[in-house]
Design a protein around this ligand. Structure first.
Ligand SMILES: Nc1ncnc2c1ncn2[C@@H]1O[C@H](COP(=O)(O)OP(=O)(O)OP(=O)(O)O)[C@@H](O)[C@H]1O
Ligand SMILES: NC(=O)c1ccc[n+]([C@@H]2O[C@H](COP(=O)(O)O)[C@@H](O)[C@H]2O)c1
Length: 170
């Protein structure tokens, strides 16, 4: 059986990784979809699809099942989004998400969906980690080591700080 797990992964964090580890107990292969693949260089979506592919590919090296990482661009039309996803990925039998819109769209399209508990959601949240990147807080302890390496390799801390500045006073 093959599973599918989609997220924006801005960045991929320990909550995502815990979910992947648990999914790997239930399926034989996993497809990870990098959502909003066309978005980057904004405070909500600082990292490119390629950078997120590196984060996930390296982080899942310690997961025992074959894992494919596929970028998925957004569409203006929610009603056909599941078909768009399926057109870009290996066939899958079950989708994993805690995002209510994603759950709804897959179920309406007849795809089996499983949800998981949220792990340490007070800190394991992309928004919190991006905030810490900007303010100089401890973000490294909330993401896999491979993600720390990727963010440093692409000068990600400086990038997110610079794009979060305003030009109001200049
Ligand atoms: N701590 C967590 N535990 C379990 N699942 C999580 C956790 N954080 C996110 N997820 C789930 O992983 C998927 C992808 O999440 P996403 O990339 O939007 O991360 P996020 O932490 O919710 O980020 P953001 O704050 O940027 O929205 C979603 O289904 C989301 O609900
Ligand atoms: N119409 C669309 O393009 C559409 C619909 C539902 C989800 N998505 C994407 O799926 C991903 C879901 O991931 P999150 O759970 O991280 O929000 C996001 O990238 C979101 O933009 C896109």
């Amino acid at each position: 059986m093959r599973g599918f797990y989609i997220g924006r992964f801005q960045p991929y964090h320990d909550g995502h990784h815990r979910m992947v580890t648990e999914i790997a107990e239930e399926v034989d292969e996993l497809v990870v979809g990098i959502g909003s693949a066309g978005n980057s260089h904004t405070t909500r979506n600082p990292f490119t699809a390629g950078e997120r592919i590196m984060m996930v590919t390296k982080a899942v090296e310690d997961v025992d099942i074959p894992t494919y990482v596929v970028p998925i661009e957004d569409l203006d039309r929610n009603a056909v989004w599941v078909g768009h996803v399926q057109s870009m990925t290996p066939k899958f039998d079950v989708a994993y998400s805690n995002n209510p819109l994603v759950v709804r769209l897959f179920r309406e399209a007849g795809v089996d969906v499983r949800q998981s508990p949220m792990f340490q959601r007070d800190v394991l949240e992309g928004t919190e980690i991006r905030e810490r990147l900007v303010t100089g807080g401890d973000w490294e302890s909330l993401v896999p080591g491979a993600v720390v390496d990727t963010i440093h390799e692409v000068d990600g801390v400086e990038r997110i700080r610079q794009i979060s500045e305003t030009d109001a006073s200049s």
